[in-house]
Design a protein around this ligand. Sequence first.
Ligand code: ASP
Ligand code: MG
Length: 504
Amino acid sequence: MRNKQSNGSSLVVMKFGGTSVEDATAIARVIRIVQSRSRHRRLVVVSALAKVTDQLVLMGQKAAMGDSDSIVQLVQGLRERHLQTAEGLLGTLSPKIAAKIENTFDQLKEFLSGVSAVRELSPRSSDYLLSFGELISSEIVTAAFVARGLDAVWVDSRKCVVTDGNHTRALPLLDDTRVKSQSALGPALAKGQVPVMGGFIAATREGTPSTLGRGGSDFSAAIVGAVMDAARIEIWTDVEGMMTTDPRLCPDARTIQRISFNEAAELAYFGAKVLHPATLLPAIQKNIPVYVLNSRNPKSTGTEITEHAPAGKDMFRAITAKNGISIVNVVASRGVMVHGFLKSVFEALDRHSASVDIVAISEVSMSFTIETKRLPQALISDLEKLADVTCDDQQAIICLVGEDIHGKPGIAASVFTTVADAGVNIRMISQGASEINISFVVKESDVPQAVRHLHARFFTAGRPLKSAIEKPGNGAQANGTRPRGTANRRARAPLAAKAKSTSR
Ligand code: ASP
Ligand code: MG
């Protein structure tokens, strides 16, 4: 039978993010949460301690500039933080864990001085560098589990998750991963032990360390959950699940109790920070429910993500916003090469592997949106050979998601009227080909205003709009937690067809 093994208990994969393991107090909470799941076989995936990956990135940059003084200081700071965390949990450190921490940071220092000698950090070396965070956090968490009486064993993620060689944002090779994970994790799980592994890190078939892209620990949990036939995947974070919108933009935002795989994937892709966008793919393939839970408030039910979710009383499931978008307008010069114009533009996009979100087309012009940080200058230069090109930066995509909107007339009109009433100008519009989202482009600075009005209109029926719009938000990020790294967009393609444009 799926999800059950000879000892009869189902497998739960529990992933704890950076803030859930940020210090000794947080890790003590994690221990209690893992103990509370003792009816299940348990597999634990942890991130690096909060902010450690950012610091490793910084160290890599300093090293590549040959700044060895900063490196020594930064490594020392990180070493002390990890020693302190371990001491806070374990009291006096056993020689084994003390040596592990010291060795890890000695190796890190040595590696960085190598980088600073050659002044170069390749994607491959960067993956090696970033792997230190999860390698050491998982060791400390394992030692703490054991000290509190959990029969935990540390497992090397690089021996479980196999990826392609696309360093810094590798994709898993699931068949290889299944074979390796089952042999690395199966025996311990069968004995009732709790394997603990670092998220985000993996290795290629040749054994070279790789990573799944920033924020990739969620993805790791879903990958091992899928190949190990888990009954549920729990993503433990520091917010109350997925929310109807970013609570910092809109104080009336509330937790979404149930949401479908497709809706959640759409939200993650369009800016919800709480879940890595690729996380749901392995879960969808095996139809494994995913829960987003709050490690600071383990009793709350968080968000349940399943194949189908019952319609709620709201028309939409959530509103999200993604900042840092550019609109690129490509207009064929008068009288020039109308025939074949679009084909040439698409070919240029393809040559530069440009991932566009919203597209608006006429016979002689095309506008598209792209994340500003993913817009190569070389693409602009190529397009300039074909046509006149202008770019508008500091734009944002606001996206309303809900499976319920399918086939209901008048919804788009009421969305756009609401935005117009908020005094916000819409630059481009798209209604999803998947029919579960309506998205449009506004100026970044208009995001808080537009989102608060939309939330008041579609989620807080009966509340005076004023209460929803008076409190200022920071306008920075949408849906969920703190700003985080890049989305893994390639992985989204099989989920839902791309948005199609209706007008500009
Ligand atoms: N530590 C990695 C990062 O900060 C992976 C993760 O936390 O999910 O990106
Ligand atoms: Mg995360």
